[in-house]
Write a protein that binds this ligand. Structure first.
Ligand code: AMP
Length: 391
């Protein structure tokens, strides 16, 4: 059965088609600059990458071209072969603790939650509407980034602010990257050969979050009401003293929107280094003796260690630590520095096996009290699995 995984941004549409239940990836691609001049798309099939320019006035047009490409490349002969389309949605609030089939009520709830994910939820709705118009017979599903974290206890997800902020404005911790944390924790359990495990999953990419997962269920995660909590990220500040916000707004006369931009786009590795939000550039800067790059990296690593230590205590031990996403899968030095900082917990890095990028690998020694693994994440296949199950 053919299932399509879709991830829509405000001007982009990423997709991957699978033959299920074999989980065989058939074709993938991304449409970019939708609704903007200079739009184009790239398609990957049979190890080949093809780039084409096309006028993409909206997401519906992108879907139409996508279907034409599927037919041209003989991935499908007719539309009816596509039985399910799974859409990634960033914010599902407290409404959704699992993947669901799209209904008008589901769309209304995603829309209602747009205030919590203003860039992402409206884009997902546009994508769902476009898919419904172009492939009307497919079952449409929505897979939420927040769903995996809905198992957290109230004392974990609440903030110690006036309770009415929670009841009136839904202010609480929701977390994000749930599909990725779920994927790598399932894979870790396969590797460990059991499901009663205590895992710390580190999704460290441009955005970054850490989760504590007991027996396959999330008990805590570092992102909060929005993705701007917890770890230091490429350009997000992560945890800070909340009073900095009104203090700087008063001093500089910044508007709430400007402050939001500063905390999300001008902070993190970029804010401290003044060089870049990309950890490769930070590594280059360190190699050239740039002190602020070194400082940014030290702060970045310290925060990751702090969260792992916190979750180790909360889980009362740990069976495995998982590194995933852009930095987690590829930055040899960041992983090594984090594991070196966990020596007190008995973590012993194996420098030879850690010298690898993007490949599932055990990167600690046989003596290490906690094994650490790289597990490349695969959010698309999780979307396909959930959608297949619902179809
Ligand atoms: P993601 O958000 O998961 O796509 O991760 C993107 C980030 O991964 C980039 O911004 C880089 O900081 C990081 N990254 C990707 N490749 C490498 C690499 N080879 N070495 C270090 N960091 C990398």
């Amino acid at each position: 059965m053919k299932i399509l995984s879709v991830n829509c941004g405000s001007s982009s549409l990423k997709f991957q088609m699978y033959e299920m239940p074999e989980e065989k990836a058939l074709i993938s691609g991304v449409f970019e600059r939708i609704g903007i001049d200079g739009s184009f798309y790239t398609i990957k099939i049979n190890g080949e990458k093809i780039k084409k320019e096309a006028e993409l006035k909206d997401h519906k047009k992108a879907f139409e071209i996508l279907i034409d490409e599927l037919k041209e490349n003989k991935v499908v002969e007719s539309l009816d072969e596509i039985k399910g389309i799974g859409h990634r949605v960033v914010q599902g609030g407290a409404y959704f603790d699992k993947t669901v089939v799209v209904t008008e009520d589901v769309i209304a709830k995603i829309d209602e939650l747009s205030a919590l994910a203003p860039l992402h939820n409206p884009a997902a709705i546009v994508g769902i509407r476009a898919a419904q118009a172009v492939v009307p017979n497919a079952v449409q599903t929505v897979v939420f980034d927040t769903a995996f974290h809905q198992t957290m206890e109230e004392e974990t997800y609440l903030y110690a602010v006036p309770y009415e902020w929670y009841t009136d404005y839904k202010v609480r911790r929701y977390g994000a990257h749930g599909t990725s944390h779920k994927y790598v924790s399932l894979r870790a359990n396969e590797i460990l050969g059991r499901t009663n495990t205590k895992l710390i999953t580190c999704h460290i990419g441009n955005g970054a979050s850490i989760s504590a997962v007991r027996d396959g269920k999330c008990i805590n995660t570092s992102m909060g009401l929005t993705p701007n909590a917890g770890l230091i990220m490429g350009s997000r500040c992560g945890d800070i003293d909340a009073t900095i916000v009104p203090y700087i707004m008063e001093k500089t006369k910044m508007s709430p929107k400007e402050m939001d931009t500063a905390l999300n786009k001008q902070s993190g590795l970029l804010g401290i280094s003044g060089v870049s939000s990309d950890s490769r550039d930070i590594e280059d800067g360190i190699n050239k003796g740039n002190e602020r790059c070194l400082l940014a990296q030290k702060m970045y690593v310290r925060r990751i260690i702090d969260y792992i230590a916190k979750y180790y205590v909360e889980l009362e031990g740990c069976d495995a630590i998982i590194f995933t996403a852009g930095v987690g899968e590829n930055s040899i030095s960041t992983r090594r520095e984090v594991m070196d900082g966990l020596k007190v917990l008995g973590v012993e890095v194996d420098p030879t096996s850690n010298d690898v990028r993007g490949k599932e690998t055990l990167i600690t020694t046989a003596d290490s009290k906690i094994p650490c693994y790289i597990i490349p994440t695969d959010e698309e296949v999780m979307i396909a699995r959930d959608t297949y199950a619902l179809v």
